[in-house]
Design a binder for this molecule. Structure first.
Ligand SMILES: [Zn+2]
Length: 204
């Protein structure tokens, strides 16, 4: 066996070990999620447990995304203070602003946050987010739609104070937002299917 062949063999053996470890980790995560979901179905601690399951699925997707280089994975943290700094790339927004006003949990949808940052960059003025991610309990409490995009982490309510409405709407469209809800004190923007609701004479 030549030196070259030996090196290739060692590399392949290492890659084998690495992928075996990856698979084992993924299997453990899947097992944990399954047991949490099974427990949640039968118990009164359902919301607590579902939070844990969501976190585990978030980790799993994150791991899968990193391993197989898919599009940016959505990640969930039970509290915004747990978000690692290296994961946060939106300079004008803080995890606390994007987190649920209910339990402080956060679902990070990188693509949606990129659009929010693009909107902020285009407006060149501070953008106040009054509601972004909502945990299911909080969403219900504030009267949000059961299928609200806020629960998917890709919706933001932007305060209108200090902004020109028409400019804001145009900039949001240009930034890639596709859903719009027109309210008197804020504009709802999201990355869901193309649609809009609220006052049609919103821009005056
Ligand atoms: Zn909204």
């Amino acid at each position: 066996m030549t030196r070259d062949e030996r090196e290739r063999l060692v590399t392949l053996e290492q890659q084998m070990r690495d992928s075996r470890e990856d698979m084992a980790e993924l299997k453990l995560d899947v097992k944990a999620i399954r047991s949490v979901l099974a427990e949640a179905r039968g118990g009164w601690k359902i919301l607590l447990l579902l939070g844990g399951a969501a976190a585990a699925i978030g980790r799993l997707r994150q791991a899968a995304g990193q391993r197989f280089r898919r599009r940016p994975a959505v990640s969930f943290f039970a509290h915004w203070s747990q978000v690692p700094e290296r994961l946060w790339r939106w300079p004008d927004f803080a995890p606390a602003e994007i987190a649920s006003r209910g339990d402080g949990s956060i679902l990070i949808a990188p693509d949606a946050l990129d659009r929010l940052q693009a909107l902020r960059d285009a407006l060149r003025r501070p953008v106040t987010v009054t509601s972004a991610y909502r945990d299911p309990v909080h969403n219900a409490r504030v009267g949000g739609a059961p299928l609200s995009r806020h629960k998917a982490g890709d919706a933001f309510d932007i305060a209108l104070r200090g902004h020109d409405r028409a400019e804001m709407l145009e900039a949001a469209r240009a930034a890639g937002f596709t859903g719009f809800g027109f309210y008197s004190s804020f504009l709802h923007i999201d990355c869901g299917p193309k649609r809009q609701w609220g006052n049609t004479s919103w821009t005056y």
